[in-house]
Design a protein around this ligand. Structure first.
Ligand code: MRU
Length: 350
């Protein structure tokens, strides 16, 4: 999307990633909604830390941050290096960044894209323009996902979402939230339930906040309330984001997504996933091959819980069979998802 195009989002939602005068700043999402503050990312280590500690989080946002972080890293290294040295330094920086978080494919996707651009033209200017293109494309893709998915929301529809696949995780319209923002802008009445998303409360702290900032009718629930709401016929549609969709259509997303998909199957509620091209990973055949990030026990224990062993996987895998459709910027993929996704994404190449 060009900067001059009108935006649907309420300007009260702060930008997640700011790239200005070759300086990278990221919104510190750990402090939301209490404080809106930005971290300056001045070197590679700062970027790694920001991604690893979830100062910046959400699959597309960590990809964009990684792309800019490579630019920052190369700006900080000596100018006089040879082409071979430039590429070696860039590759080393990319390899390091990829270790910050393993599950969202967007991180590796963005790093590989910047490195591929540099292999054609090994220069600071070229990698900078690639990172800026990735960022700009992301805005356009979110809008296209919104257009593809907006028809799923009928007047007075009650939608449940999980984690944060919104403006804060991406840019402007978000992915899972893009159909919501476009319908809201068109004055279609609907209601959104947001699961709080234990343990780090991305739903409560981020999604509930950004939707309410935009003036959308939003109600926060505990994750464990989804079943009783569906049993009572209070949910018409579930839309979530994703960190990776594998070749067969399995969906990797925030822990608790699988619970919702199983519930949807039981209660016959449509279960949709919004997926930008950067989250599609056809090279990985199925969810079984994806490394699921395990995070520190302190995220679950907090100050209150007993001192016991903790298991804290950040993501789960929803089998393709439980997915009603995958909303992409090129239309909605439906069963058989493997074929439908390949067709949609290939049709957009070039
Ligand atoms: O651990 P997080 O907060 O990075 O997890 C984020 C999610 O699971 C999102 O649903 C996903 O990244 C999609 S964001 C468009």
């Amino acid at each position: 999307m060009r900067e001059s195009e009108p935006m649907t989002l309420d300007a009260k939602i702060p930008a997640t990633i700011v790239w200005h005068n070759d300086q990278l700043k990221i919104l510190d999402q750990r402090r939301l909604p209490g404080a809106v503050s930005y971290l300056e990312v001045t070197d590679l280590d700062a970027a790694w830390q920001a991604i690893n500690t979830l100062a910046v989080r959400g699959a597309p946002a960590i990809g964009i941050t990684a792309a800019y972080a490579l630019v920052v890293a190369m700006r900080n290294t000596p100018d006089q290096r040879s082409v071979a040295q430039f590429l070696e330094d860039l590759n080393a920086a990319g390899t390091y960044l990829k270790t910050a978080r393993p599950t969202a494919v967007n991180l590796a996707w963005a790093v590989d894209r910047v490195i591929a651009a540099a292999s054609c033209e090994p220069s600071y200017v070229r990698i900078k323009s690639e990172a800026e293109t990735i960022h700009a494309e992301d805005r356009r893709i979110c809008r296209a996902i919104g257009e593809a998915g907006r028809g799923l929301i009928t007047p007075h529809c009650r939608i449940l979402t999980h984690c944060n696949a919104g403006s804060l995780a991406v840019s402007e319209l978000g992915t899972a939230t893009a159909p919501l923002y476009l319908n809201h802008a068109a004055n279609v009445p609907f209601k959104v339930y947001v699961g709080e998303t234990r343990p780090l409360l991305q739903g409560a702290r981020l999604t509930a906040w950004e939707l309410s900032q935009a003036g959308i009718d939003v109600t926060l629930i505990c994750d464990s309330m989804a079943a009783s709401l569906m049993a009572a016929g209070q949910i018409d549609l579930v839309i979530v984001g994703t960190d990776r969709v594998t070749g067969n259509g399995d969906v990797v997303n925030k822990i608790g997504t699988l619970n919702l998909a199983v519930l949807c199957h039981h209660f016959e509620v449509p279960f949709y996933v919004a997926c930008p091209v950067s989250s599609y990973d056809p090279a990985t055949p199925s969810g079984a091959e994806v490394v699921i990030e395990e995070r520190d026990s302190s995220e679950i224990l907090g100050d209150q819980a007993a001192d016991v062993p903790v298991f804290n996987p950040a993501f789960d895998i929803t089998p393709a069979a439980l997915v009603s459709g995958i909303i992409t910027d090129r239309g909605i993929a439906r069963a058989p998802l493997a074929d439908s996704l390949a067709e949609l994404f290939q049709s957009g190449e070039g």
